[in-house]
Ligand binder design. Structure first.
Ligand code: OGA
Ligand code: NI
Length: 357
């Protein structure tokens, strides 16, 4: 049954970019996080997520360890042309720098989330994140609607078609490695996703400058509900943090690397051998940040459950009941980012407020 909630946001939408451009010195209370959820901006650590050279030796073993231990890794020599990556980032930067009325014509609703958006979740009075975004579908082909992709800049659709094709291809290569690393035939994970009928969508995140970056987050802690995420981070501005036990590790991207992370659906298929790890984004007062998160997902109406062959081989019981991805992602689309609670894991052991004072 459809309710009006499907079609409307609970409150008027405010574009974070407009707030930022207005030159305010203090952020509205709606963006102020509770003390324990605030970031520590002066957390200088050398620790980084693992880097995998896809043309190097031992990369399967390194990927295997990264999926089990970190849930995150960055990939260099992945085969996607660096110029295409730069162009993709550039067309979106141009999109976000157009006049507001141009962007407003793509304004999204919680029904599909497609288009220009400024919040995730429909709970009234929620504390919001300091970011705007653009969400679009690439696969399945019948969901791809160029009219919902920005018309300007004029090269955007062409650049993003090529970029998406290449990233899907890269994702397919990773799926084979992930499957073999579980001791399964290389096609098992891909087949569990629906074979050729996978879903693929893009969320372009735009994080405007923030006058009080210590009080808020660009994106609250969450795990990605889909299969696997292939992220093109900003070329110069850091911000993504990955949870590692009680710490938040700031990702330092290598030049033209993709940041890859395991999503909830692969955690479920692998019966938690691979981890879908929480992450969040910090903002800063001096530079905007842009990132392209490409989600490689299962066909949305297939049942996803731990792979039977894994359970029998290791003599283990399934940790998750079968559910479709459609059923599953309703949670984050309603409640917004809520750590890992959608996987039935408590958020109680979350890292406490970083001690930087
Ligand atoms: C996301 C995400 C990280 C980033 O879009 O799900 O985690 O660096 N983005 O923008
Ligand atoms: Ni994410």
């Amino acid at each position: 049954m459809k309710s009006t909630r499907d079609y409307h946001w609970p409150e008027p939408i405010v574009r974070v970019q407009s707030l930022s451009d207005s030159g305010i010195c203090t952020i509205p209370t709606k963006y102020v996080k509770p003390l324990n959820d605030r970031p520590c901006l002066s957390n200088f650590s050398d620790v980084n997520i693992p880097t995998i050279d896809l043309e190097g030796m031992n990369n399967c073993k390194e990927i295997s360890e990264a999926c089990r231990d970190w849930g995150f890794f960055q990939v260099v020599n992945h085969g996607v042309p660096p110029e295409l990556m730069d162009e993709a980032r550039q067309v979106w930067r141009e999109f976000f720098h157009q006049p507001m009325d141009v962007k407003q014509s793509y304004g999204n609703t919680p029904k599909t989330y497609e288009g220009y958006g400024s919040r995730l979740g429909v709970e009234k009075d929620a504390i919001l994140d300091w970011s705007d975004y653009y969400f679009l579908h690439y696969l399945p082909a019948y969901l791809k609607d160029y009219n919902k992709w920005p018309a300007l800049p004029s090269s955007l659709r062409e650049v993003m078609e090529e970029y998406s094709k290449q990233v899907v291809n890269f994702g397919g290569r990773l799926m084979k490695i992930l499957s073999e690393n579980l001791g399964l035939n290389e096609d098992v994970l891909q087949n569990a996703f629906g074979g050729e009928d996978i879903g693929a969508c893009l969320r372009v995140n735009f994080y405007p400058k923030c006058p009080q970056p210590d009080l808020t987050l660009g994106l609250s802690p969450h795990s990605d509900p889909g299969g696997m995420t292939i992220l093109l981070p900003d070329k110069h501005v850091a911000g993504l943090q990955v949870r590692r036990n009680a710490n938040w590790i700031t990702v330092k991207p290598a030049s033209h690397a993709f940041i890859v992370n395991i999503g909830d659906q692969i955690q479920i298929l692998s019966n938690a051998i691979y981890k879908s790890v929480e992450h969040r984004v910090m903002v800063n007062s001096t530079e905007e940040r842009i990132s392209l998160a490409f989600f490689y997902n299962p066909k949305s109406d297939l049942m996803i459950e731990p792979v039977k062959e894994l359970l029998t081989t290791h003599n283990i019981s399934p940790l998750y009941p079968p559910r479709t991805f459609d059923q599953y992602r309703l949670y984050i689309r309603t409640k917004g980012p809520q750590g890992k609670s959608q996987l039935g894991e408590s958020n109680k052991s979350n890292p406490q407020h970083d001690k930087c004072n």
